[in-house]
Design a protein around this ligand. Sequence first.
Ligand SMILES: [Zn+2]
Length: 94
Amino acid sequence: MAAYDLWLDSYGAAYDTVPGPLLLPCPNCGHRCLRLVFTGDLDSMVGYAHFWCDHCGQGIGISRTTIPEGAVVQDIRQAREDRQPKIPNYQLVQ
Ligand SMILES: [Zn+2]
C-alpha cells in the first residue's frame, strides 16, 4: 500500500479514538507520537485536519471534515499565528 494510503488508514483510526488518547503507531516510523489537531469553525464543527508524527515529522492534511466531539481544535476565526495548539511545519506525505 502507498504511504499516503497508510496515513489515511491511520487517520481514520485516530479519528475514531477522539477524544481518547492517541496511542497508534506512526505509519512511517512506528513511534506512538501521532498528533491530530483540527482547524475549524467552533459553531458548525466543520474544518480541516492536521495529522502528523512528532517523532519523524511526517503527516497528512485532510481538507474538509466534521470535527468529532472532544477533539483538539484551533479556532479558524483567530489569526493563524494566535491559534493554539501550535502545529509544527511537518512534511506532507503525498
Ligand atoms: Zn513517525
